[in-house]
Design a protein around this ligand. Sequence first.
Ligand SMILES: Nc1nc2c(c(=O)[nH]1)N[C@H]1C(S)=C(S)[C@@H](COP(=O)(O)OP(=O)(O)OC[C@H]3O[C@@H](n4cnc5c(=O)[nH]c(N)nc54)[C@H](O)[C@@H]3O)O[C@H]1N2
Ligand SMILES: Nc1nc2c(c(=O)[nH]1)N[C@H]1C(S)=C(S)[C@@H](COP(=O)(O)OP(=O)(O)OC[C@H]3O[C@@H](n4cnc5c(=O)[nH]c(N)nc54)[C@H](O)[C@@H]3O)O[C@H]1N2
Ligand code: SF4
Ligand SMILES: [Mo]
Length: 761
Amino acid sequence: MPDDSTPIPHGLTRRELLKRLGVLAGGSVMAGSLSGCEALWYRQPAIDVDAWHQGVCRFCGTGCGVKIGIQDGLVVDVKGDPDAHNRGRLCIKGILNRDILYVEDRLHHPLIRHNGELQEASWDDAMTLIAERFRESIDDYGADSVAFYGSGQLFTEESYTANKLFKAGIGTNNIDGNPRLCMTSAAAGYISVFGADEPMGCYEDIDHADCFFITGSNTHDCHPIIWERVMDRKRSRPGTQIIVVDPRETPTARRADIHLPLTPGTDVSLYNAMIHEFIENDFIDEEMVEDYLTFRQGDAERTFEDLRAHVSNYRPEDVADRCGLSARRIREAADVFASSGATMSLWTMGLNQQAQGTACNRLVNAMHLLTGHIGRPGATPFSITGQPNAGGGIRDTGSLAHALPAGRVVANPEHRAEMEDHWGVERGTISPERGYHAVELFEAMRTGDVRCCLVMCTNPAHSLPGAERYREGMERGFLVVADSVHPTETSKLADVVLPAAMWTEKGGVFSQSERRYHIVPKITEPPGDARSDLDIIVELADRLGYGDLITAREPEEIWEEWKAIAADSYYNFEGITYERMHEQPGLLWPCPDEDHPGTCRRYVPGEDPMSDRDEGRHDFYARPDRRAVIWLHDQNPPSDPPTDEYPLIMTTGRVLEHWHTATLTGPLAQLEDIDIEFLEIHPQDARRRNINDGDEVLITSRRGEATLHARITDKVPLGTVFAPFHSARRMINRTVNDTVDPFSFEPEFKVSAVDVQRTIA
Ligand SMILES: Nc1nc2c(c(=O)[nH]1)N[C@H]1C(S)=C(S)[C@@H](COP(=O)(O)OP(=O)(O)OC[C@H]3O[C@@H](n4cnc5c(=O)[nH]c(N)nc54)[C@H](O)[C@@H]3O)O[C@H]1N2
Ligand SMILES: Nc1nc2c(c(=O)[nH]1)N[C@H]1C(S)=C(S)[C@@H](COP(=O)(O)OP(=O)(O)OC[C@H]3O[C@@H](n4cnc5c(=O)[nH]c(N)nc54)[C@H](O)[C@@H]3O)O[C@H]1N2
Ligand code: SF4
Ligand SMILES: [Mo]
């Protein structure tokens, strides 16, 4: 730690800044006491502020509304917005929004690599070099030799503009990003079941549910304010049942009525068994089957009777061993799920990050459709979004290698033509070929097929699975990194590093889990020469000669352009203007005009403005036959099978206080005692290996190795170990499974075969 008199950005000493932030005044978060939700109730002492502004937390996909207090041009306080869905609450990260702006490592100037060293440079030199290298590559090796790798933490206007530049300007679909590591299995699930992406429910459903089926989500740690709302429901209606499916006894699982600690990667078996129970025990909603559903397996049409036959191979007794669960518990969970008045499922990475992530998503949706727990208050399948803008910014704008805006795909000639007309480029400009998805992209850099890549607002050298292999690609190609801090694992490998403004230093629209579009205002200045990501994208367009394409250049203008493009689609949000978002904490689309209040439940006639029906329970209008699809899936064998050499299954994830690669939360003094370098291992597995609590252990896999210290606990099942992926020093991702799901191309971060041994001291 630097001492308190070290000058820091904005011309204050650290002591002055800490004082201003109230940290020295006894208001600091007590490190070590943050293991539970007491962090939620922490409030720093009142600080004089010049003005409060309405905004949104920059961390997770809960998307809490905040009030941001400014004094002398600095953010000095952040508190929960009582008028937003979070009801004034924030978790520890919400409060730390204030502090991350002022960490030591904020980057002030562009850097260019000379003779192996990154050296300070002017914007002009940096942008000249980038434009030269991209232009050279496009001219000599074709448009597909360059790429953009973005983030669900960029503003919508930024992702939308980058997508337009690369697909309609440069002419390559090599634009992907970290949502591929996160949400694409959920998107592929929704699209293949309902015909369109994004959940049909909303947070209000939490207040009406009688049963929560939480699977592959450590909601307590990763979406703490959603969790608090679940707890509100449980407190006000104690009979509310919470089922948690998670291999580990997480803080979420500890508070469940039924915890199913399944073996990682066996969800397909479990859900098939639950569907088997629904059928056996007459929990099937026959009207749903008759009027609202169709059945498929691969390319073939199926019937309800086929489903019955299919799941007869998945009786609870048949799957119990494989899942590591008792048949009785599976039956109990199925019974509680189906017999409740209204069941709401919540899920995140435990489902999405599997080699069968899309199948898992389809099956959870199927469980709701078959039992009729859908489209009523409290009854809904609801995938929670990870990042603050993976939904609106990336999924809705189609900023992925296979996609185009508002549900279109590059493979569809009509969709390409529509977008070429919208963007005012010649027919035939948009490539029909899918671009490289995340993992492929960095492999293509390794093989030299992609020669230049702009990485923006993400840290793939740390966050990719099997990272060592892909770091090689980043070293090999011409890598440009736009980041707010330096060094990161990725900026260390870059040829050019660009200092990026963040959060209130720029401004734009985020969208969270419940389809809410809401705005972060620009109310502070970035440090040094840092610029917004939007400015960087626009300048790159100008320098590459695509300036004419980028007609809208300011966030609000871009929002208007994007809104007009989406207006003729299911993503209609014509009624959501900057003005409305400044006045209220966001609106849920569909929202077709400025008098529309926003939509809580989609696909419900009378409630969803996109439906032209006024009767019936549902209208799955995004499907040609207006029926949702039940997919039949079998459990596949493991993609990274355990063997004598790699006998344990490792799963990875997060802790409450830290954010991903910890570039933002790692430097914070308030969090310095929070351990992110541990491996949870079962006492018997530890004993067998002579491992004592706290020992350094070596984790080896088919992809690489890393060390952590052992935390011996029976919160993980025998044979399963868990590590958070936050630590750059330890880089557990060197060992993690990089197999991808065949539909969503999302990697299997949650299931890797490993061995663990005590390191020789
Ligand atoms: N504190 C904090 N909060 C965050 C983030 C953060 O970095 N820190 N990141 C945000 C982002 S981008 C995301 S995507 C979300 C992630 O939010 P979550 O998905 O809730 O978080 P994870 O810890 O990755 O994984 C969730 C759980 O999946 C379980 N799991 C592992 N394997 C399986 C399996 O095979 N089946 C099932 N059913 N469960 C399994 C793990 O044990 C783990 O507890 O969090 C968001 N919120
Ligand atoms: N083992 C394992 N690995 C995982 C996962 C897992 O569960 N297990 N989860 C995966 C998931 S779900 C996700 S979402 C990814 C996340 O992985 P990453 O996106 O790589 O992680 P972050 O740390 O969020 O990276 C964001 C970067 O942007 C910078 N930054 C912040 N704000 C701005 C800004 O406004 N502009 C710019 N230009 N830069 C900014 C930050 O300093 C940081 O370096 O990790 C994936 N990796
Ligand atoms: S729950 Fe998520 S959005 Fe809300 S304050 Fe915490 S990190 Fe921010
Ligand atoms: Mo994520």
